[in-house]
Design a binder for this molecule. Sequence first.
Ligand SMILES: [Zn+2]
Length: 205
Amino acid sequence: MSNEKTMDNESTMELMARAAGQEAPEAQAAPAAPAPKDKPQYPSVALLTCPNCGQKQFKIIGTKGSLGKAIVGAGMFGAVGNMVMDSRSKENFELLPVKYQCLSCKNKFEALPLVAEDEEVLDTPCTIVFHRLGSPVGMAVSQQVFLNGVKIGSVKNKADLEFQTHTKQNTIFVTDQYGVAFPGEYTFTAENGGFVEINYKRKFL
Ligand SMILES: [Zn+2]
C-alpha cells in the first residue's frame, strides 16, 4: 500500500518512455519527408559555385544592371524580413540576383542566394551591428548592406544598421546606391546567439 504512489509514478514514466519510444522510430523512418511549409528558409551563399567551373571564389560585382527580375516581398525567404529589426524595411524587401565574377575562370554570372541547408542554420540567431564610420568622401550617399546575397537595408554616413543572421557562414558586402559593390567582402562564421560588430569605411576595417 505504501508503495502505491511509487507504482503510479513508475507506470507514468513507463508510459512516457513508451510514447517516446514510439515517436523515435517514426522520425527515423521518414528522413526524406518534405519540410513543413512553415519552416523558415534562410538565404545562404555558402554553397554557391561558379556555373562554369564549379569554383567557390568570387569577386562580387553587385546588383547594378542585373538581368534577373527582382523578387519583392516576403514570399521566398520568409525569414529575410525578420533579419531586419527596423520595422520599416521588414514589410518590403527586394531580392535581386547578385552579379559575381569567378576568380578562377573569370566567368561572370548572376545568382540568387540558395536556401541554407539544415546543418547550416543556427539554433539561435546571431546579431550583427554594422557601423558605417564617418567619411568625408561620399558622405551624403547611403550605402546598401547585403547579407548572404540579400539586401538588408541602407545605412547613412556615421550610422549603424542592426540585423540578425540565422546561418553559420555569412558574407556581407556593401554597394553604392546604384548597386555597384565596393571592393571586398566580409565573411565570418556566426555562433548561436552571438554578437558581431563590423566597422566599415568604404572598406571593411
Ligand atoms: Zn569559374
